[in-house]
Write a protein that binds this ligand. Structure first.
Ligand SMILES: N[C@@H](CCC(=O)N[C@@H](CS)C(=O)NCC(=O)O)C(=O)O
Length: 207
């Protein structure tokens, strides 16, 4: 399988999941400015939505949308319980979190790469950061977002927090969201996460 990726974006969650499930993905880097791959192919030629990440499966079919890629990949190894059976309560909760991250934080954060003015950038920052509050609250009573075990919802949240630290200068979850910060330290310490961060070009054992 091939993962078309661009750091420090959501493709990191897919790579972590691949390592959690002991799978090998061929990484194809994408230049987000030109939206071209090293071989000159345009992102839109692979994904008409012109968005990352993109997973090309072994049969050549293309899967898009972070939440869907994560769910499909996790479902290949049901015994690991990184997702849950379709239509179960846990699956609904996992999906609920992922749709929230996708629509209320991820897409909003990507506006920073668009041609918007400083006032709009500040509004994006405020909205994205304040939307970590539900996660902070959920982590008051559980070690993870769903079912007290690591799931793909946690992987999506991880890239939202790390992406926000990268994008929003001065955002420090240790100060603003202590439970989220403690959760992040636990998740980041996992060998699969450390390995994915290194392979994703984020340097050594980054926090
Ligand atoms: N709906 C997509 C959106 C992902 C997304 O916004 N990806 C960013 C990179 S992390 C992107 O492609 N941005 C380019 C754009 O929005 O035009 C998903 O959930 O995967």
């Amino acid at each position: 399988m091939k993962l078309y990726w661009a750091p420090p974006m959501a493709s990191l969650a897919v790579l972590i999941l691949a390592y959690e499930t002991d799978r090998t993905l061929e990484l194809v880097p994408m230049d987000m400015e030109s939206r071209r791959m090293p071989n000159g192919l345009l992102l839109s030629q692979i994904n008409p939505k012109n968005c990352m990440p993109v997973l090309e499966r072994d049969d050549g079919s293309i899967l898009t949308e972070t939440a869907v890629i994560l769910d499909w990949l996790a479902a290949q190894d049901p015994q690991l319980r990184l997702t849950a059976p379709a239509h179960s309560e846990d699956h609904m909760r996992i999906t609920e979190w992922m749709v929230f991250f996708a629509s209320e934080q991820h897409k909003l954060a990507t506006l920073l790469f668009w041609d918007i003015d400083e006032t709009a950038k500040l509004a994006v920052r405020t909205r994205v950061i304040e939307r970590f509050e539900p996660s902070e609250k959920a982590l008051e009573t559980s070690h993870f977002l769903v079912g007290n075990r690591l799931t793909i919802a946690d992987l999506y949240l991880l890239v939202m927090v790390r992406g926000s630290i990268h994008l929003f200068e001065g955002f420090d979850p240790e100060i603003e969201y202590p439970r989220l910060n403690a959760w992040m330290e636990r998740v980041v310490a996992r060998p699969a996460v450390q390995r994915a961060m290194r392979d994703h070009g984020l340097g050594d054992a980054v926090h």
